[in-house]
Design a protein. Structure first.
Length: 269
């Protein structure tokens, strides 16, 4: 059970980090975006390690006719998710400006497009992945917050609230300090440039491919508000729009199967 709690906490942190990556202006801009992107890559490997037994067992039985359809669907969904996430990370390395500037491809507009498209695809696949495991998530949370007698565990709830408060405070502090540093850096740049050169830059706008106010990787989107809390709420709402209908469709299918077994008991087994 403790392992399941570890998985839930770890996956929640992964989810928050991932949605923050969807807006490259969040926190410290490109520095956070690229470094956190590599951290997510390492976190995926840890996630696979935590579910290693399921991966091995399912791989061996993937062509077994007795394997539940949901398990088979989840397996191939995870493969698609792994491919899309790998595409995001690899394409991100080739347009890197902070961590791997030496590997960056000049005029890599096509790679920027692939990066953005694969990020959107990964967002949708992650939402579907959560939806497939939603019942398991709810069961773990129910056991964590309820005793065997059905009473709420106030200590567990207080611990979660405290942890979320500390996390929110840390994000706010990092966001504030990052904004301050970015502002100081911009002021130094403005002072170093002449007034005439600065005016020209204002009229010209950011260089092609630079991080402008409304564009990233050559297109609008992956933007909006750069407040980390609004970004998290925005993309969690998108996931909710995927999770809720998927969960209820699954529940309807299960109810229909139960009714079918009651009407035609001879078909069971």
């Amino acid at each position: 059970m403790k392992k399941n709690y570890t998985k839930i906490v770890f996956d929640l942190l992964m989810a928050i980090t991932f949605v923050l990556l969807m807006n490259p202006r969040v926190l410290n801009g490109l520095s956070f975006h690229e470094i956190a992107g590599l951290v997510i890559g390492a976190a995926i490997l840890i996630h696979i390690g935590l579910n290693y037994r399921w991966v091995v067992t399912t791989t061996k039985k993937i062509f077994d006719s007795n394997l539940p359809k949901k398990t088979r669907f989840s397996f191939f969904l995870n493969i698609l998710l792994l491919i899309s996430m790998a595409t995001v990370i690899i394409s991100g390395i080739f347009i890197s400006r902070v961590v791997f500037p030496g590997l960056a491809i000049q005029e890599g507009h096509a790679i920027r497009g692939i990066h953005s498209l694969s990020a959107d695809m990964t967002l949708a696949l992650v939402g579907l992945h959560i939806a497939v495991h939603w019942q398991w998530i709810m069961n773990i949370c129910r056991k964590a917050f309820q005793s065997k007698e059905g009473k709420l565990r106030r200590g567990a709830i207080a611990s979660v609230v405290l942890a979320l408060a500390v996390l929110a405070g840390g994000i706010q502090w990092f966001s504030s300090s990052a904004s301050t540093n970015a502002g100081d850096f911009n002021k130094k740049q403005m002072l170093q440039k002449g007034d005439g050169q600065f005016a020209n830059n204002v009229h010209q706008g950011p260089p092609d491919g630079d991080l402008g106010e409304g564009k990233f990787h050559g297109r609008d989107g992956h933007g909006g508000k750069s407040n980390p809390f609004l970004v998290v709420l925005n993309y969690f709402a998108i996931w909710a729009a995927i999770i809720i209908p998927t969960y209820y469709v699954e529940q309807r299918i299960l109810r229909n199967k139960r009714k079918s077994r009651l009407v035609h008991p001879q078909n069971v087994g």
